[in-house]
Design a protein around this ligand. Structure first.
Ligand SMILES: [Zn+2]
Length: 80
């Protein structure tokens, strides 16, 4: 019997922050977007559980961003 397992990443937009930010990369001014990328353990291509979650603040225009902590994400959008 062959067991197929691996990982896959799932990205979700948690929403925008209240504050508007001037982006250093593209010089647009708009609210930040907080994204979470979950790394899932898969068995036969089905997601079984989440291995890790990484949070990012992203510019909605150019997708440039930086990594933030879960605590920061929670404070910015009120949910994680
Ligand atoms: Zn931008």
């Amino acid at each position: 019997m062959v067991i197929i397992f691996g990982t896959k990443n799932k990205s979700e937009d948690l929403g925008a922050t209240d504050a508007e930010v001037l982006y250093a990369n593209c010089h647009n001014q708009s609210p930040w977007h907080v994204h979470v990328v979950d790394k899932k353990f898969t068995l036969f291509f089905m997601s079984i559980f989440t291995l890790s979650s990484t949070y990012y603040l992203l510019c909605p225009i150019c997708q440039y961003g930086r990594q933030i902590s879960k605590q920061d994400a929670k404070e910015l959008v009120g949910r994680t």
